[in-house]
Write a protein that binds this ligand. Sequence first.
Ligand code: APR
Ligand code: PHB
Length: 392
Amino acid sequence: MRTQVGIVGAGPAGLLLSHLLARAGVDAVVLEARSREYVEQRVRAGVLEHPTVELLREVGLAGRFDRQGMPHEGISLRFDGGDHRIDFAALVGRGITVYGQQEVVKDLVAARLAAGGEIVFDAADVTLDGVDGDAPVVGYTKDGRRHELHCAAVAGCDGFHGVSRAVVAPQVFDRAHPYAWLGILAEAAPTHHELVYANHPRGFALYSMRSPEITRLYLQVPPDTDPAGWSDARIWDELGTRLAAEGFTLNEGPVLEKGVTGMRSFVAEPMRRGRLFLAGDAAHIVPPTGAKGMNLAIADVRVLAAALADLLLRGDERGVDAYSETCLRRVWRAEHFSAWMTSMLHVAPDGDAFDRRLQLSQLRYTVASRAAATSLAENYVGLPFPSGGSLS
Ligand code: APR
Ligand code: PHB
């Protein structure tokens, strides 16, 4: 089989890349290790930055998202018994949209299949050869038979545990954080219209949502936590304590999903080897406190799609040569923001009273100073996608 771009991974990065390439007139085939059902049901984060929303609209992916996405104009920081709203609309004139990542994935799969795009699900044992030349080959097994995909370039969009990053053999920057999140999806109507990030002496808690019927909630727990040790009653009790505030009630309901996610900051440099390009979680991971993961993946593939179209349709190598550096500037900004939000909101297991006072001072300053609140808002709603923007 022959195509112009072989894409490994059908997460938001790989799927959106194939959509953008198709619009530019470049053929691609997506190879995904899991089934369609699995990738469409996988529960992940759900915050779309303003530039992400603009891009999805621009490329014809807005239909269901415009009807079901929940536009938010701010978030709350809750600490020391008080609730403090960061008003994105007033501070930076833009907001975010809450729409589950798996909904984005469903929309992308549907759009690709409707346009005759090729996604090979259940593709096992992917191998990458010849990436240093101009005719790489991607091998895979499907239904017990080995296949070869001959391409002009390969996009490694196979997430943190994929095979592509090892082929690039980049320098890695890695930091584990001493926290994890216990996340639940609950059949309970949201009682508050925006996200709440709570810093409580017992640990961080996050109040989020997916729809008018479904709440998404998280608790800071130690990294080695077994979710089986957390009964539904214990989870609701702890959420109630950490999120407590004047006039705030938490609707409880059946827990539909429960899981523990570790936290790390990770960057691979460069994001390219020859004709193999890394994008999304394959190249970088952020702790979830800033909700940046999917947005970074989307920013990467916007740059990559334009660069690959220039290379493959016009023989212009400037975009691919600049790809890694262009993306990494914005990636590191998000790494900083996510690590900063994480340290400001979580309770460090080895922290002392001095650390606690520094943290409270940072929280008070962030909500009291218009300059500090604007900085949070500007980063949270998303800095402009790379195009030589001076801030990133
Ligand atoms: N062969 C084929 N596919 C693979 C392989 C492999 N060897 N390894 C992993 N995959 C697939 C995974 O099954 C997954 O569907 O690659 C896909 C990677 O998708 P994501 O993990 O969703 O990563 P990405 O598309 O970069 O999305 C960005 O942002 O919010 C964060 O982690 C969150 O997924 C999110 C990410
Ligand atoms: C979510 O809704 O899943 C969510 C929201 C905000 C975050 C992380 C996750 O920072």
